[in-house]
Design a protein around this ligand. Structure first.
Ligand code: ZN
Length: 316
């Protein structure tokens, strides 16, 4: 049984669409005319000033252009990226309990407590060696490794015997570490990467907090793995990693804040398959360019010169 304060009916009656839009900083472009708020659609990010209409007295919204759909306050929150109906309900309940506090969408999506109730951030700082030969082979300088809180971990526990990479939420708050295994037997059995259990991966973009402003102005390169982000950071190119190839709706929304998104996935079957899919998701809201790497090569396999050349037309 859903607790009363989380019941959909109760939330729909008590939390207004206007409140949700205000809490997410989305009201500035909307004009009030009578019973309605009208303006560009904050969901698909267009600029048609008549696209999006909120019927205030009925607490319903509609986008007449690209979205071509509408609904109640729950549906709005879901489309803002809060995933399931239950997550949307939890978010609305949090708004209802603290009407003064404006919980922004981005704060909430990056707050593991809401994004994934079962995930607990690990906030302790591990001592890591940024001069690890593994990183040198990837072309990652010790200064970069330090800046990204990455290096060989020589202690016991989750990261034992691996290269640890610190993970952060969208605002740079630590979430724990990803461990890149080095032991070939372990890699054969379990794969290269070990991520914290229940990490809300689909709500994160690795490296985002390092380059959020830069990427909004200049654009951003999307890679699969943290090494690519670090290598590109050394070339002063804003980059984020998906920690895989799947692009979620939340990640998509964050990326489309950039004027240009360059997809540079690994030159393997997974990367090849994911590129058109991601491109299709992003293309309605921003300019997408794709860089196809040679077979068998990842961004961190290229030299600085080859990386620059690969990005020459896509990210001038
Ligand atoms: Zn729309």
């Amino acid at each position: 049984m859903i607790p009363h304060h989380l019941s959909f009916d109760y939330l729909k009656r008590t939390i207004t669409i206007e409140h949700v839009l205000a809490a997410n900083g989305l009201t500035a472009a909307l004009k009030r005319t009578g019973n309605r708020l009208v303006g560009p659609c904050p969901l698909h990010g267009g600029d048609n000033p008549n696209a999006f209409v909120v019927q205030l007295d009925r607490n319903l919204w509609y986008c007449f252009t690209r979205c071509g759909t509408g609904g109640d306050v729950i549906e709005l929150v879901r489309r803002l990226g809060h995933g399931s109906y239950n997550q949307a309900a939890e978010y609305l309940a949090s708004l209802g309990q603290c009407p003064q506090k404006a919980y922004a969408f981005s704060t909430v999506v990056s707050s593991p407590a809401v994004a994934s109730p079962a995930f607990t951030p690990y906030t302790r700082h591990l001592h890591l060696d940024p001069t690890a030969p593994f990183l040198a082979r990837k072309g990652i300088h010790p200064a970069t490794a330090s800046r990204f809180d990455t290096g060989a971990y020589r202690g016991p526990g989750f990261c034992a015997g691996s290269i640890a990479v610190r993970l952060h939420d969208l605002h740079g708050q630590p979430l724990g570490y990803a461990a890149r295994r080095l032991d070939p037997d372990l890699i054969r059995q379990h794969g290269k990467w070990k991520l914290p259990p229940r990490l809300p991966k689909s709500h994160l973009l690795y490296g985002y907090h390092h380059c959020a402003d830069d990427s909004r102005n200049r654009g951003v390169v999307v890679v699969e793995c943290p090494w690519g982000v670090m290598r590109l950071a050394q070339l002063a190119v804003p980059a984020v990693a998906l920690l895989g190839t799947s692009l979620s709706a939340v990640q998509c929304r964050l990326l489309t804040r950039a004027p240009t998104v360059v997809l540079m996935f690994d030159g393997d079957p997974a990367g090849r398959q994911a590129t058109p899919r991601a491109s299709h998701m992003l293309a309605s809201a921003t300019t997408v360019r794709t860089v196809l790497l040679p077979d068998g090569l990842d961004p961190d396999d290229l030299t600085d010169g080859q990386l620059r050349e690969a990005l020459r037309t896509a990210f001038p």
